[in-house]
Design a protein around this ligand. Structure first.
Ligand SMILES: Nc1ncnc2c1ncn2[C@@H]1O[C@H](COP(=O)(O)OP(=O)(O)OP(=O)(O)O)[C@@H](O)[C@H]1O
Ligand SMILES: [Mg+2]
Length: 270
């Protein structure tokens, strides 16, 4: 059976893409799913969440995502890129600065290289869910992820009233569909929200007016539990299973799986 593949994209930095990947992986794994994380961001934040920055930066390119994206990847033996983590059910293809040179603008001009990640993902059978964490731009690392995945999820912090940034993200999704017609938008997830702030409540409402049902019901608040768990190198559902942060992450994981199951059912009926 092929895995459900989801990339987390937004060119806005710091909106919680890596944090959601990290903590969602824990929630999925706790329900017995086998999760592969692909760190498609040369910043390597997601990888550092598991292994620390020193270890991750010292990884040679052949053990990182750079081996999947590099034109000379053929000799590397792609499966070596998949590393175990300290948690059952969570594996990761880590990234570090070796992939920075590969994250070029105008990725649509790179020919067959656009499918490099797709080929890798299509060959994997050992995972139920694959989450791809993307950098805060729409260059090659994000493009390859959109070409490789069935779904994209857009984390949005409720702060910027302008929808300009999101429009560009949606244009990129449309463009990626030319190569990957199966790419669907799972939706927007409001992140880092503080419901005490009027501006946050107002932005969330505006987002729901603009994007309707494609804004997920689950909202991820700004909770220190997410940061503390990350600092302890544990997804929050493992570090603080009874915390509100863990409960909401679980709720998000269920909403995502329900959404995908419903969509698959509709496709079947049609
Ligand atoms: N819901 C949250 N509550 C508290 N802290 C959060 C939350 N989401 C993210 N953070 C923290 O905010 C910082 C930025 O988050 P994160 O790295 O996930 O953003 P990002 O979108 O991946 O950034 P980039 O675009 O640079 O990759 C991190 O320190 C992270 O731990
Ligand atoms: Mg990130």
């Amino acid at each position: 059976m092929t895995a459900t593949t989801i990339c987390l994209i937004n060119q806005k930095g710091g909106c919680g893409k890596s944090s959601i990947c990290f903590h969602l992986a824990g929630a999925f794994a706790q329900t017995g799913l086998h999760v592969l994380l692909i760190d498609s961001d040369p910043q390597g934040s997601l990888s550092q969440g598991f292994f620390g920055s020193e270890f991750v930066e010292a990884l040679p390119p052949e053990l990182t995502v750079a081996a999947l994206l590099a034109p000379e990847k053929a000799g590397f033996g792609e499966r070596r890129v998949i590393q175990r983590t300290q948690f059952d059910g969570i594996a990761i293809c880590p990234a570090n600065s070796h992939s920075a040179r590969l994250n070029t603008p105008a990725p649509e001009t790179t020919g067959l290289a656009q499918f490099a990640l797709r080929e890798f993902v299509d060959d994997l059978t050992a995972f139920d869910v694959i989450l791809v964490d993307c950098p805060p731009n729409l260059y090659r690392c994000t493009w390859s992820a959109m070409v490789a995945c069935d779904w994209c999820l857009v984390p949005v912090p409720p702060e910027d009233f302008g929808t300009q940034g999101l429009r560009v993200v949606h244009q990129a999704i449309e463009q990626a569909r030319r190569l990957n017609p199966g790419l669907q938008c799972l939706g927007h997830v409001v992140t880092r929200s503080d419901s005490r702030l009027l501006v946050h409540r107002a932005y969330e409402q505006r987002l729901r007016e603009l994007y309707g049902q494609s804004v997920l019901e689950t909202v991820i608040p700004e909770f220190s539990a997410f940061k503390v768990a990350l600092a302890c190198r544990q997804p929050v559902s493992i570090h603080a299973p009874r915390s509100a942060a863990a409960v909401l992450t679980k709720q998000l994981s269920r909403e995502i799986l329900d959404h995908i199951a419903m969509s698959n059912k509709r496709t079947h009926v049609a």
